[in-house]
Design a binder for this molecule. Structure first.
Ligand SMILES: CC(C)(COP(=O)(O)OP(=O)(O)OC[C@H]1O[C@@H](n2cnc3c(N)ncnc32)[C@H](O)[C@@H]1OP(=O)(O)O)[C@@H](O)C(=O)NCCC(=O)NCCS
Length: 179
């Protein structure tokens, strides 16, 4: 029977091969729809890596971003590159990866944020993430840009702070794909 190990590492502790393994896993998980920008957005924070038979079978990372609710700036743990290899799904690994993310967020950030496709709402709601209801925008070099995408929902996990989810939430600028 396969043994699974969960490892937590900062990007600075990953080897070149570790980063290539994350990229390969994500390209498989997202069926080719995972770009270098997506990889770049997943770096510079803490990675949670799940290994089975010495092979990377699951990953998620939490990277720091700055976001504003009304006029208050917050240190946010943004969840990136969550995925479990197809043949290992429905065994609780996604929940385990997200449980570790929640611990990282609770202990290091004001709150956590992620953007997810519609079909995964139930998965995140079961894990106590809540959809942000207010307007979403980004500070860009040319001013505030509203974020509107019917296929994506932004969720937050805020165990330390009580936030009004109906207020506007504004993200920092990442060029492409700020949310
Ligand atoms: C989303 C994703 C990470 C979930 O990973 P997973 O390992 O299948 O997650 P889990 O096994 O913890 O949970 C999945 C479901 O299986 C159920 N499950 C958990 N253990 C189970 C078991 N032993 N047997 C059957 N079902 C089980 C869970 O209850 C959960 O159901 P729920 O959605 O009703 O809560 C995975 O489907 C994936 O990689 N998807 C593609 C990439 C993606 O969409 N990433 C997220 C972008 S935000």
């Amino acid at each position: 029977m396969a043994e699974f190990t969960l490892v937590k590492k900062h990007t600075s502790d990953l080897s070149y091969e570790d980063i290539r393994a994350i990229e390969t896993l994500m390209i498989g998980v997202y069926e080719g729809n995972f770009t270098l920008t997506d990889l770049d957005h997943a770096l510079g924070g803490i990675h949670v890596l799940m290994y089975g038979n010495k092979q990377l079978v699951g990953h998620v990372s939490v990277v720091q971003r700055n976001m504003t609710v009304l006029d208050v700036p917050y240190r946010v743990g943004y969840v990136e590159a969550l995925g479990v290899k197809k043949e290992y799904r429905k065994k609780g690994m996604g929940h385990q990866l997200m449980k570790t993310c929640k611990h990282i967020i609770k202990e290091s950030y004001h709150f956590g944020v992620l953007s997810t496709p519609t079909n995964l709402h139930y998965f995140f709601q079961r894990l106590n993430w809540q959809p942000w209801l207010g307007q979403l925008s980004t500070y860009t070099p040319t001013g505030l840009q509203e974020f509107k995408d019917e296929n994506q929902t932004v969720f937050i996990y805020s165990p330390n702070l009580s936030l009004d989810l109906a207020k506007p939430l504004i993200s920092d600028f990442r060029g492409e794909k700020s949310w």
